[in-house]
Design a protein around this ligand. Sequence first.
Ligand SMILES: [Fe+2]
Length: 220
Amino acid sequence: MSDIIASLPRIPDETRQELIKIFNNSSKLDLKARVFATDITSAVELVAPIINSVLGEDNWTVSGGNFFESEVGYRIHADTGKDNFEQLLQTFVFPLSYELTDAAQLEKNRLIILKQRWHNPAAFFMQGSQAEPNEYNDVVKDYKDVIGYEPGKIDHTLMALCPHLPVTNLLGFTVDKTMLWEPGVPMTFPRDRIHASSAFHKFGIKKKLGLSIFTSRLSQ
Ligand SMILES: [Fe+2]
């Protein structure tokens, strides 16, 4: 079973604290406004029952993921890994904590799942941008291979949630669903779905810590 876009039941607070502890004790990759930790083995053990509750047992494997601590909104991207795109299952995001200003607009702290899909290596979608970030993700500026791309279309929900991104990046993408990014409340969506965070920093969320887990079908 896959192709679900949903928030999941809140995890126990001790599980959330335990995941934070795992991150704190991990070795980290520091990209200034974003810090990653990529050893998620013990975290996966802890949350496997939650993944089982969505995907069932013994039919999935973890093919990537990371803890992320970020002070900046994410670009539009896809977490499709580098190969075996036909095996992609679901992404699971576990929001763990955030730091707020007094003016935080929590209802705008959202994960945005687009209608469009991507069956190519993990990428940032940066139509019309000059920047060429040299990271794990490829940089896609021509959206012709985006499945469901709607050239020229402006989605006003997407524009309102993403003032951190150039409008040219957003053109042709349309919102399927947005989910509240709330510590302790996991979310899941298909790995081939293109997605972004809202401009949470502009909405008074100074920093957030979460865990992403990418699942794939276990080849029989
Ligand atoms: Fe992602």
